[in-house]
Design a protein around this ligand. Structure first.
Ligand code: NAD
Ligand code: ZN
Ligand code: ZN
Length: 344
């Protein structure tokens, strides 16, 4: 089968023929139809400090995907959950099921998480093998939407943890995940959604996804405007989706006393925070988001999509065949695109 492989330590990926994966008793083989390309894939392409410290080439890249069931292992078949031909997507974090977080309903922070396309072979390929426990039927949701449910799930997890309904929400950073989060916050009944990003293209996407007001941190006094427009001297809830220290500083300044910040954006370095002023005496609640809750987040996301409350399609701006990976990476690097997907 054709696959995009990180063959050796260094920049780039290679499109080549590799053996079709073998499945175990508890696995299914999936014919991949669509796959999402994201910032993680850019890190892997560029072979930065994180990627070179974590990946062990050769490995097939790609962790966001959807396709059709092609084959089932004996135990996978016995579950009766899926059949050959079913359209499915899958949670790309494969967890151990035995550690304390796994046993206490917190599998999203499993101590032994393996990520497809990072720690084991991934989805930029014609076929991928997945444990049946990670697979979800799409029903009438098309595979190009199924392929972006991983990052959309990050947004659902971030936006629904806390107190959105009837409250003001500020999304900092309008990359694909920030834009999805805007749609989720609106669907969940936020009274007003503010959003900020340096890129006008991304602010436009944010407005398409339902942001009431957008700000440009390069020109606007974002904190003053948010305080004024929220009417409560700050927003009830901030969703930090930029992963930049300046975004963190804005989050702490823009949130109201007693408010909440959910952090998804992942900074490369430590951030300086005045704990007394910015957290303790503000009475804040902080929440760190890792991946998607298994499987509460997925259930919530399916409900939002099937109920017609969330339409993620405006965020998808570009589509490429696997041969176009270099172009896809370039677009993501320039921050010009929304969500980029591969058609496989
Ligand atoms: N915690 C997790 O499980 C998890 C999972 C996936 C992604 N992430 C992280 O979430 C973040 C969002 O992902 P994405 O794919 O949408 O990323 P992205 O890089 O495409 O988007 C980030 C956006 O933030 C904007 N930005 C930067 N500084 C800003 C500031 N000071 N104020 C406002 N906007 C600012 C950028 O212009 C960019 O558009 C990234 O940091 C990513 O690494 C975390
Ligand atoms: Zn991703
Ligand atoms: Zn575990």
């Amino acid at each position: 089968m054709k696959a995009l492989v990180k063959e050796t330590a260094g920049v780039g990926m290679t499109l080549k023929d590799v053996p079709t994966p073998k499945i175990g008793a508890n696995d299914v083989l999936i014919r991949v139809r669509h796959a999402g390309v994201c910032g993680t894939d850019l890190h892997i392409w560029e072979w930065d400090a994180w990627a070179s410290g974590r990946l062990k080439p050769p490995v097939v890249i790609g962790h966001e995907f959807a396709g059709e069931i092609a084959e089932l292992g004996v135990e996978a078949k016995a579950t009766g959950l899926v059949s050959v031909g079913d359209k499915v997507t899958a949670e790309g974090h494969i967890i151990c099921g035995h550690c304390r977080p796994c046993r206490t309903g917190q599998g999203h922070v499993c101590e032994r998480t393996q990520i497809i396309g990072v720690d084991r072979d991934g989805a930029f390929a014609e076929y991928i093998a997945m444990p049946v426990s990670n697979v979800m039927k799409l029903g009438n949701i098309p595979t190009d939407i199924g392929a972006i449910m991983d990052p959309m799930g990050n947004a659902v997890h971030t936006a629904l943890e806390g107190m959105v309904a009837g409250n003001t929400v500020f999304v900092i950073g309008c990359g694909p995940i920030g834009c999805f989060a805007i749609g989720v916050a609106k669907a969940a009944g936020a009274s007003k959604v503010f959003a900020s990003d340096f890129s006008e293209g991304r602010r436009e996407l944010a407005r398409k996804m339902g942001a009431d007001v957008t700000f440009d941190p390069a020109k606007d006094d974002v904190v003053a405007k948010v305080r004024e427009l929220s009417g409560t001297n700050g927003v009830d809830m901030v969703l930090e989706m930029s992963g930049h220290p300046a975004g963190h500083a804005t989050a702490f300044d823009a949130v109201r006393l007693g408010g909440r910040i959910n952090f998804l954006g992942t900074p490369a370095k430590s951030t300086d925070v005045n704990f007394a002023k910015s957290i303790i005496f503000k009475g804040l609640t902080l929440y760190g988001v890792t991946g998607r809750k298994m499987y509460t987040t997925w259930e919530e996301m399916f409900a939002l999509l099937r109920g017609g409350k969330l339409d993620p399609r405006p965020v998808v701006t570009h589509r490429f065949p696997m041969e176009g990976m270099a172009e896809a990476i370039e677009l993501i690097k320039n921050g010009k695109a929304g969500k980029v997907i591969l058609e496989i």
